[in-house]
Design a protein around this ligand. Structure first.
Ligand code: ADP
Length: 267
């Protein structure tokens, strides 16, 4: 039933993706065929023919951009998972994240002490964190704090813990929290659909959250959004904890404290 559900969700996402692509491509094709018709009717007005040809070429460039978006979305198929230490990853990314956030916004990092590594594709993980930072930045008027946090989440079956689609096991929960504008319920409900955006043309692709969701699910984890209008947004990814090799001699694996200390700030 789990697998069927996941399959259903994939089909649904694919349907939405196809719908979005079809819509965008339709616009491009209309511009191309409309342009061709205008050229047919332009007689020997060379200046006019050239103007229309330029317009048709621009439409083709837009078509290529649609294809690139599709490719970027399908690239998630070849993820290569490796054990990643959340603290190291965020430290390595500090500069690029700070750059993304711009001058006025502060970045805070809270990583649980002795957090086991997570298992995910590093390049894709970085892309997604930058996307989430950009979304958070767009939601805040150039000031305030964005918090990146990472902690352990054990899904044991009894207490649930984490989104329902997660299989039993240990996960690392990575969250990006902003105290920005937040989303109204109708945006929240659709925010992770491919090509859904509320941003002006040319600003948003509508793929950031769809990619984040796809990435988390393809990595064997889960994705969740919490948001309240006027209060802020938290985007969470659950990613499987990497199986750690047991030391040759020493204590058994379950030595992570129940309430691990949180390290604040300063990477
Ligand atoms: P894009 O950012 O290109 O619009 P996304 O898939 O990343 O695409 O986001 C979809 C929509 O979800 C955004 O247009 C915005 O309305 C909403 N959204 C995403 N992140 C946030 C956030 N941190 N705060 C408020 N709204 C957000």
């Amino acid at each position: 039933a789990q697998a069927q559900l996941a399959h259903g969700q994939r089909m649904e996402a694919l349907g939405q993706l196809a719908g979005g692509i079809a819509h965008d491509f339709n616009n491009v094709l209309q511009a191309v065929s409309g342009g061709a018709k205008l050229i047919e009717d332009a007689g020997d007005n060379l200046a006019r023919v050239r103007r229309i040809a330029a317009m048709v070429r621009e439409a083709a460039v837009r078509g290529a951009a649609v294809t690139r978006r599709l490719l970027a979305f399908s690239r998630r198929a070849d993820l290569r998972a490796e054990p990643l230490n959340a603290h190291d990853l965020l430290r390595e990314m500090q500069e690029v994240l700070a750059y993304t956030l711009g001058g006025g916004i502060k970045m805070e990092v809270e990583v649980e002490a002795r957090l086991p590594p997570l298992l995910a594709d590093k390049g894709q993980m970085e892309t997604i964190l930058v996307n989430l930072a950009a979304n958070a930045r767009d939601a805040m008027a150039g000031q305030g704090t964005i918090t990146f946090s990472a902690g352990i989440a054990l899904v044991s079956g009894e207490d649930g813990g984490g989104p329902p689609q997660l299989a039993l096991g240990a996960y690392i929960r990575l969250s990006v929290h902003d105290a920005g504008v937040g989303m109204p319920p109708e945006v929240l409900a659709r925010a992770s659909e491919p090509f859904f955006t509320t941003k002006p043309q040319g600003k948003g692709t509508g793929l950031g959250l769809a990619m984040a969701r796809g990435f988390a699910e393809q990595s064997g984890g889960a994705f969740a959004l919490e948001s309240a209008l006027g209060q802020g947004t938290t985007v969470s990814l659950w990613l499987p904890a990497a199986e750690e090799e047991l030391p040759a001699a020493g204590p058994p694996a379950s030595t992570y404290p129940d309430h691990a200390k949180i390290e604040h700030g300063n990477l």
